[in-house]
Design a protein around this ligand. Structure first.
Ligand SMILES: C[S@@+](CC[C@H](N)C(=O)[O-])C[C@H]1O[C@@H](n2cnc3c(N)ncnc32)[C@H](O)[C@@H]1O
Length: 878
């Protein structure tokens, strides 16, 4: 029969996917989109009521298609999640309470559109479901007529049932145009039809029976039994309620059966085939005539199958039956009548959807193709980047400082030119042969990298002889990359003064148990885990670097010390913190009078000298002094590291011994090394944070949740775990771990209360007077008190004078006291500032229109004074 699958999977059709893709809450959203496409009622609507709106698919569509600032109200039994611009209620549309709620929201407004997509809880007998649905429709109509403006539109869902015609009839009484349609997105297996009633007539008085199910659906059962399914009976009931024939309780008396068979003649000869299809379960061929029809060619296998089960008719099946009926009627010579029926059926004729369906399928296909192409492009690009990085690593062309930048550039598709820059390869001592080989192929590989992925792979195969070798090399390169990345990180940190302070603190804490190194340089007392390991690795690196290291001292003092880099590559990430150039510094330290580390020494030097072993050693000044003399940190960074390297190089040559002096470490000494002004502040802030904790919205949120018992401690702890928590980080590259540490953070949702608490805290802080202002005020008060005291002393003197009359004394004292008080209040005389520009430029003497005290200022002066202050401050800091 070819109807759609009714399984769960079958339900996830293209509209389901489209709805997901476009963010609609329900696939039914497309029904409204398609209805609106056909009748365009949303674009001009300024107020819409959606009855039975949950979960809100139609509301979303209304919100999208209706003009801005229009009113949209949604009602449903179940609450609807908020939608922008939409007001929603949870209410039963059949109750007066719902009416009151809508009235309260709309006030005097009238709605341009009332939508109704209600469906009662299905699962009972089909006929009962259909009836409840019809009742719901009538209830929605009742609300619609109350709230619709004249000319408004009412869109409702009805089931093809016995009540269908009666409903249509009622709609026709109240609306200018009534059309039934089944949008393409409505499932074929569903008996639902949408009726769009336009041009609301807004009669002044409506007989309540129009909207009363008992009257509207009256007597259908009897007509159903006789096969006469028309709205005529209902009409008489609505207009002549007094001629009650029989009380109806919603079902035909004694007709509660679910299964209803209807003779084929009723369907073929009857005037309302749609109602027949909607009300019956089966079309039977029992009479001779009907049996004849059954044998005809027009009665195809499909038609027979459809007649067998009318309840599962798909859209196509429905059409097939209608066509079959027409063909049969033609054959029987009932053509004219058929035409009439055609008109009747046209209203509910299934919309020709082939075009639209095709469009949607095409759209889906297009989207899929696009996504696939995008994924392919990205894959190819990633491959290119990887290949290039590997090749560059092989060529050792990557300066440590550039690693991060390079990767970035590669992403942007730039910065590839230097791959061919062979100059950098000069002087490479290690892997030279291999590198040259790779480079030869390299050029091609890179040149072709813009071609197809396949070609890329071929090129890579050219470079590597066998898969195994390739893997080995890749692993080596990965290790190299790690080493280079460590150095890069070290240099980045070197620029960050705050980091140094933090690092110093951390180390200080770590070194509590540390006892120093023995005089003979043995490291037996170094804590096994970190320092000893670091040392071993540095030694190993030194050995790896081999003799070539000692030769290339001054030429390669910059970051691109390739052989040394090669040595460093084997270090683990944590070791980078310890001593990137450990061996050299070590030798240098063995010189008499080792210097102290300074804020501007290179990262390697700093990290090395930050070891306890150097604490309290004063010979390092030489190094730091020379660097401190340069004020601009960034600019001379290279130079300082150059100096540093030179020292190292010379010391290299001078002395190969690894002797150390045992220097017992004072705990806090190395912190003082970097104790700058700003850094102090930083530490204070950090200490404050540590002390009070609740300085971030996240922290406050968590605290509030704990206090309000929304969360327990155990829950918080549990939330801290995830399936990756226990993953080993052993074999992961350091750049990855760094990136993870930086970006892989738990996102704690911040509550409004937390933000309010922090804001209040900030406001309280803001409300406090600034310290300087408070001090100035106190000073003023103090001076006034002093002046008053002075005046009183003088008054006492006057009082003690013998050669003055009492009156004179009183006058004198009064004068003195007044002077004392007024002096405190006396405002400073204002000095007017006149800028020497425009008419005042080059003026000598008093400028025109300026009275009282004045001072001439040059506009430049202000800037200059400020600049001067700034410089002074900077110098002081330094
Ligand atoms: C098919 S859904 C509506 C889908 C909606 N148009 C959309 O696009 O999201 C039918 C809704 O009718 C609601 N409903 C059924 N009877 C109702 C009643 N008496 N009052 C209010 N809502 C009702 C149900 O709760 C259900 O959410």
């Amino acid at each position: 029969m070819g109807h759609e699958k009714k399984t769960g999977k079958g339900r996830l059709d293209k509209y389901y996917k489209l709805a997901k893709e476009q963010g609609y809450r329900a696939r039914s959203a497309f029904k409204l989109i398609q209805l609106n496409k056909k009748y365009s009622f949303l674009e001009s609507a300024r107020c819409t009521i959606d009855l039975c709106a949950a979960p809100g698919g139609w509301l979303q569509v209304a919100s999208k298609y209706m003009p801005a600032n229009s009113i949209i109200v949604g009602v449903d039994l179940v609450p609807i999640r908020p939608i922008p611009r939409v007001v929603t209620f949870a209410a039963d549309i059949t109750t007066p309470q719902c009416r009151t709620l809508i009235r309260g929201e709309l006030k005097d407004w009238k709605a341009d559109v009332v939508l109704h997509d209600g469906a009662p809880n299905v699962g009972t007998a089909w006929i009962q479901d259909a009836y409840t649905q019809s009742e719901l429709v009538l209830m929605s109509l009742k609300l619609a007529v109350e709230f619709l403006a004249k000319g408004g539109t009412f869109v409702t869902k009805v089931f093809r049932s016995v009540d269908y015609n009666n409903l249509i009839w009622v709609f026709n009484q109240l609306f200018g145009k009534v059309e039934a349609t089944k949008p393409p997105s409505s499932r074929n297996v569903s008996a639902e039809i949408f009726v769009v009633c336009r041009d609301f007539l807004a009669p002044k008085l409506i007989d309540p029976k129009f909207l009363d199910p008992k009257h509207v659906f009256k007597d259908l059962s009897t007509t159903l039994a006789t096969g006469e399914i028309t709205a005529g009976n209902a009409e008489s009931n609505v207009f002549h309620p007094e001629k009650k024939r029989r009380h109806r309780d919603g079902y035909a008396d004694g007709d509660y059966t679910l299964f209803k068979a209807i003779p084929a003649s009723t369907f073929i000869m009857g005037s309302d085939p749609i109602s027949v299809l909607g009300s019956a379960n089966k079309i039977t061929f029992l009479t001779d005539e009907e049996k004849e029809w059954y044998k005809l060619d027009v009665t195809t296998g499909d038609v027979k199958a459809n007649c067998d089960d009318l309840k599962v008719l798909g859209k196509g099946d429905f059409k097939t039956l209608i066509k079959w009926r027409l063909a049969l009627r033609e054959e029987l010579g009932l053509d004219n009548k058929a035409k009439d029926t055609e008109d009747a059926t046209e209203q509910v004729e299934v919309v020709e959807v082939v075009d639209e369906e095709q469009q949607i399928s095409e759209e889906l296909e297009r989207l899929n193709a696009e996504a696939a192409a995008r994924a392919k492009r990205e894959r190819r690009r990633a491959n290119e980047i990887k290949t290039k990085t590997i090749q560059r690593m092989q060529l050792q062309m990557t300066a440590p400082l550039d690693i991060g930048l390079e990767q970035h550039d590669a992403m942007l598709g730039i910065g590839q030119d230097d791959i061919f820059d062979l100059e950098h390869t000069d002087g490479l001592s290690r892997n030279r042969k291999k590198t040259t080989l790779a480079m030869d192929d390299n050029g091609d590989a890179i040149m072709d990298s813009s071609d197809e992925e396949k070609e890329d792979e071929d090129d890579t195969q050219d470079v590597f002889d066998s898969e195994e070798e390739r893997e080995k090399k890749v692993a080596e390169l990965e290790a190299e990359l790690d080493g280079l990345y460590d150095i890069y990180q070290g240099r980045l940190r070197e620029r960050d003064t705050k980091y140094k302070v933090k690092e110093a603190r951390r180390k200080n804490a770590e070194r509590e148990e540390w006892k120093g190194i023995k005089a003979n340089g043995s490291d037996s007392e170094i804590s096994d885990e970190e320092d000893a390991g670091g040392w071993d690795k540095v030694q190993a690196a030194k050995l790896d670097a081999g003799s070539s290291e000692s030769g290339d001292s001054s030429d390669e003092e910059d970051e691109d010390d390739v052989p040394e880099v090669a040595g460093r590559m084997k270090r683990s990430r944590s070791d980078a913190d310890v001593a990137p150039k450990g061996t050299k510094r070590q030798r240098f330290a063995s010189q008499p009078g080792p210097p102290t580390a300074s804020a501007t020494t290179s990262a390697a030097a700093q990290l090395w000298f930050s070891q306890d072993v150097f604490a309290g050693v004063d010979g390092l000044d030489k190094l730091s002094d020379s660097e401190q003399s340069e004020p601009e940190e960034d600019e001379d960074e290279d130079e300082s590291s150059k100096d540093d390297e030179e020292h190292v190089a010379s010391s290299d040559e001078d002395d190969d011994s690894d002797d150390f002096e045992v220097v017992p470490q004072e705990e806090d000494e190395d912190v003082d090394l970097w104790d700058g002004e700003g850094e102090d502040e930083d530490l204070k802030v950090k200490a404050g944070l540590q002390k009070y904790g609740l300085m971030t919205p996240e922290a406050v949120t968590l605290a509030q949740q704990l206090v309000n018992r929304q969360k327990t401690k155990t829950q918080l702890i549990n939330e801290g775990f995830n399936r990756y928590s226990l993953n080993s980080k052993e074999d992961l590259p350091s750049w990855f771990l760094d990136d993870e540490a930086k970006n892989y953070k738990l996102n704690i949702p911040v509550t409004k209360e937390a933000m309010a608490a922090l804001r209040a805290k900030q406001r309280a802080l803001d409300a406090r007077p600034i310290k300087k202002v408070a001090e100035a005020k106190a000073r003023k008060k103090f001076k006034a008190a002093q002046r008053l005291e002075k005046a009183m002393k003088k008054a006492e003197g006057v009082n003690a004078t013998a050669d003055m009359s009492e009156k004179e004394k009183a006058q004198q004292i009064d004068k003195l006291m007044r002077k004392g008080i007024s002096a405190a209040k006396k405002a400073k005389k204002e000095i007017k500032v006149v800028v020497a520009k425009g008419a005042h430029k080059g003026l000598k003497g008093r400028p025109k229109g300026v009275k009282g005290r004045y001072t001439m200022v040059d506009s430049r002066m202000k800037k200059e004074v400020r600049a001067k202050k700034r410089k002074e401050k900077a110098t002081r800091k330094r």
